[in-house]
Every structure is written in structure tokens, then in C-alpha cells.
Design a protein around this ligand. Structure first.
Ligand code: CO8
Length: 228
């Protein structure tokens, strides 16, 4: 019989139910969000401007010095280590995932970031990928689309109440997906067979379905002890 997840890994707090991004849990995370937004802006600016070499070198020197200032602080490697500190600064595990996930983390500069929420037994997401995510000319990179699907389907499997890992993702790219445009993703549980959760999802740009995905997620063998 399946055990009830421990409080720290209770899945109910992991999913937003609103299209609004939830506020940061404290000033530290809010400041991290603002820094991540500045880093995304800088990255996109560097990629899309004809910048003189001297200016690039000057900005590099500044950024190296700023990175060193951040690195001078205590190392807390990864989500698990941060959650175990359980301090007011780091927050609880769902808060930490919400902030630092590479697809949806508001405080992770490499995340576009995508916002995910759940309503009516489905998972929805919206994201506006910038030039930083270009693959073919003026269009979104297919690997980034795979990242978005993995995260949305991975979030959707939590509807079953048990977390698991991605076993297989199968993506069909129907049309090129434009950059700098708000995209919508939707996913649902198609069926559950033993520990296998079969998920389906779609990526939409306005009324064009540009990609669809099927995913198999395998529940943790001894949930929740396996990840506690
Ligand atoms: C909280 C944040 C959400 C994040 C969302 C993003 C999620 C991720 O990116 S996870 C990272 C990417 N995925 C991974 O690293 C997974 C790596 N693979 C593994 O760890 C293991 O192979 C794992 C867990 C998938 C399966 O291992 P295990 O639990 O031993 O499964 P196993 O007992 O062999 O098989 C169970 C069933 O699943 C099936 N299965 C196993 N692997 C796969 C697979 N890759 N694809 C499809 N089905 C599979 C088996 O055939 C078996 O089916 P049946 O019961 O019908 O015989």
C-alpha cells in the first residue's frame, strides 16, 4: 500500500492554482528574482547588440568582480541542502524548487522563466522565450521545447499524488515556434499503469499547436522514503 508523503514532501503545496506568479516568500528570494531578471536582461542584450570589444571587456571585468563577491558567501549546494537548513532565508522545499528550477524558477537566470499552474485536473503554463533561446532563425530551440515539456508534464504527474522521474519523452514538432511571444502549454494525466504515469501535453502559440508531447513518468519505487 502507498504511504502518505511526509510533510516536507507533501505535493499539495507544490502547485499554483492561479495564472498569477506567487509572491516571493521573503525579501531574500525577491532580491534573487530581481537579480535573475537583470542577468537575463544582460544576456539577451549581449546576444542581440553590436557591442564594441572594449565595452564587452569592461563589463566582463565588472561581472567577474560581482561573481567573486557572491562566491565569498557560504556554499549551500542544491535544493536538498538548502531545504535542510530550513532557515527563514531559504524557505521550504516547494518554495526552493519554485525559485531555482531551470525551466520555471523565478530566481534562476537560465529559466525563461515559465509559470505553471493547475486547474480542472490539468496543468497549464505560460512562457515568453527571448532571443536567448533561439534555435533556427527567429524560432525557439527544440531542446528548450523539450525542457518546457519535461517540466510541465513532470509537474502534472503530481496530480496523481506521487512524484516520479521522467522515463521517456516523445515530442512531435508540428510548426516552428516564434520567439518573444507568449506561449501556452497544457498537460494532463492520460492514464496510470502500475508505477507508470502516461502524460500528454501540447504547446500553443495563439491558436497554432506548434508541438505535442507524450511522456512516461515512473513513480518512485518506495515513495516517499526513496527521496526523503
Ligand atoms: C519536482 C520537479 C519536477 C521535475 C520534472 C522534470 C523531471 C526530470 O527531469 S527527472 C530527470 C530525468 N530522468 C531521469 O534521470 C530518470 C533516469 N532513470 C531512472 O532513474 C530509472 O530508469 C527510472 C526511475 C525511470 C525507472 O527505474 P525503476 O524505478 O527501477 O523502474 P523499473 O522497476 O525498471 O520499471 C518500472 C516500470 O517502468 C517501465 N520503465 C522503466 N524505465 C522506463 C523508461 N525510461 N521509459 C518508459 N518506461 C520505463 C518499466 O518497463 C516497468 O514497466 P512494467 O511495470 O510494465 O514492467
Amino acid at each position: 500500500m502507498q504511504k502518505t508523503p511526509s510533510i516536507a514532501y507533501n505535493l499539495s503545496g507544490w502547485m499554483d492554482t492561479s495564472p498569477e506568479v506567487r509572491p516571493a516568500v521573503n525579501d531574500n528570494w525577491q532580491s534573487r528574482r530581481e537579480l535573475a531578471a537583470a542577468l537575463r536582461r544582460l544576456n539577451t542584450a549581449v546576444l542581440t547588440r553590436d557591442v564594441p570589444t572594449e565595452l564587452l571587456q569592461s563589463v566582463t571585468a565588472t561581472m567577474q568582480a560581482e561573481a567573486a563577491r557572491i562566491e565569498a558567501n557560504e556554499v549551500v549546494p542544491g535544493t536538498k541542502a538548502q531545504a535542510e537548513r530550513n532557515s527563514t532565508q531559504h524557505g521550504q522545499l516547494p518554495d526552493i524548487f519554485y525559485e531555482i528550477n531551470p525551466a520555471s524558477g523565478q530566481s534562476n537566470a537560465i529559466a525563461p522563466p515559465m509559470h505553471i499552474w493547475q486547474t480542472d485536473g490539468r496543468v497549464h503554463a505560460c512562457v515568453t522565450p527571448s532571443w536567448s533561446y533561439e534555435g533556427p532563425f527567429e524560432h525557439l530551440h527544440g531542446g528548450i521545447i523539450a525542457l518546457l515539456f519535461d517540466q510541465v508534464l513532470g509537474a502534472g504527474q503530481r496530480i496523481t499524488g506521487v512524484a516520479g522521474r521522467t522515463g521517456t519523452l516523445e515530442i512531435r514538432f508540428h510548426h516552428p515556434t516564434l520567439l518573444n511571444k507568449t506561449l501556452h502549454l497544457v498537460a494532463k494525466v492520460d492514464r496510470v499503469v502500475g508505477r507508470k504515469k502516461f502524460m500528454v501535453g501540447e504547446l500553443w502559440a495563439d491558436d497554432v499547436r506548434t508541438a505535442s508531447c507524450k511522456g512516461v513518468f515512473i513513480s518512485e519505487r518506495n515513495w516517499p522514503d526513496a527521496i526523503a
